[in-house]
Design a protein around this ligand. Structure first.
Ligand SMILES: Nc1ncnc2c1ncn2[C@@H]1O[C@H](COP(=O)(O)OP(=O)(O)OP(=O)(O)O)[C@@H](O)[C@H]1O
Length: 247
C-alpha cells in the first residue's frame, strides 16, 4: 500500500456506454477503516462506479486510485474485494462454497494455484466467520440468497482485501444472513478495512455506515448519513419522504 494515500480516490470520473452517460464527473474519496454507503435509485450509476473501481471498465475521463495505485495493480495484490450483485453471477456453474472462498486465495498461491496450509487455514477461518463451515461442500447454486452472499463475503475475507466493494449485499437476503453479514463487515472495518456498500436499505444506512454518498450519475451529496439523508434529498432522489425512507 502507498503510505498515507486514501483507501479509495475517485477523481472526476466520467463513464459512458455508447450514448448513455452513466457517471458524470464523479469524485469520491474514502479514508481507511470507513464504511461508506453508496445510495441511489436504479440506474443512478452505482454498479458502473464499482466496475470502474475494480478496473473492469475504463473511464472516459478521470482517475481511480486504490491505496494510491491503479485498480489492476491493487487487484493483483489482493487488496480489492468485490461482492457482485446476485444477478451478475451464473449460479448454475458447478462450484462448491469452499471453492468460491478458495478463489480469494488465488493471488497468494502463484501460477500453480495449489493451495498450501496457510490458504486452507484462511479459507476455514473465513467460512467459520460467515457461519458457512457446515455448508462448505455444498454447490453454491443450492444455497439460499443470503448464504450465497455470505460465500462471496467469505471470499473477500480469505483474500485479506483492504478495500471491499459490496453491490447490494442485503438484497434478497434473509434476516439471519443480514445480521451475520453486518457483524462480519463491522469486524472487518474495525480491523482497518474500508467498505463501499451500495444499498437500497435507507433505514439501515444510519446504523451501519460512517459516511454516505448519494449518487445520481454525479455525486448529489456526501457526508454523514444524517447529513445526506435529508427529507429534501430523499424526495428528490427517491420520491420518498423521510418516514417512508425509514421503513
Ligand atoms: N452495459 C451497458 N450498456 C448500456 N447501458 C448501460 C450498461 N450498463 C448500465 N447501463 C446504463 O447506465 C446507467 C447506470 O447503470 P448502473 O447499472 O450503473 O446503475 P445502478 O445504480 O447500479 O442501477 P441498479 O440499482 O439497477 O443496479 C443506466 O442508465 C443503465 O441503463
Amino acid at each position: 500500500m502507498t503510505g498515507s494515500a486514501p483507501a479509495l480516490s475517485v477523481r472526476g470520473v466520467t463513464v459512458r456506454y455508447d450514448d448513455v452517460l452513466a457517471l458524470d464527473d464523479v469524485t469520491v474519496e474514502i479514508g481507511h477503516g470507513t464504511v461508506c454507503g453508496l445510495l441511489g435509485t436504479n440506474g443512478s450509476g452505482k454498479s458502473t462506479l464499482f466496475k470502474t473501481v475494480t478496473g473492469m471498465l475504463a473511464p472516459e475521463r478521470g482517475s481511480v486510485l486504490v491505496h494510491g495505485m491503479p485498480p489492476a495493480r491493487a487487484r493483483r495484490r489482493g487488496l480489492l474485494g468485490y461482492v457482485p450483485q446476485s444477478e451478475q453471477v451464473d449460479w448454475a456453474f458447478p462450484v462448491r462454497v469452499v471453492d468460491v472462498v478458495m478463489m480469494g486465495r488465488y493471488g497468494h498461491m502463484g501460477p500453480t494455484r495449489r493451495p498450501r496450509e496457510a490458504d486452507r487455514a484462511a479459507v476455514a477461518e473465513a467460512l467459520e466467520r460467515t457461519d458457512l463451515a457446515g455448508l462448505a461442500h455444498r454447490q453454491i447454486g443450492a444455497l439460499s440468497g443470503g448464504q450465497r452472499k455470505r460465500a462471496f463475503v467469505a471470499r473477500g475475507i480469505a483474500q485479506g482485501a483492504s478495500l471491499f466493494l459490496l453491490d447490494e449485499p442485503f438484497a434478497g437476503v434473509d434476516k439471519r444472513s443480514e445480521a451475520t453479514i453486518v457483524e462480519v463487515l463491522r469486524a472487518m472495518r474495525d480491523a482497518g478495512a474500508t467498505l463501499l456498500v451500495s444499498t437500497h436499505d435507507l433505514a439501515g444506512v444510519a446504523g451501519f455506515c460512517d459516511e454516505a454518498v448519494l449518487l445520481q450519475r454525479h455525486v448529489v451529496a456526501r457526508g454523514t448519513p444524517e447529513d445526506v439523508l435529508t427529507p429534501e434529498r430523499l424526495l428528490r432522489a427517491f420520491g420518498l419522504d423521510e418516514r417512508e425512507g425509514a421503513r
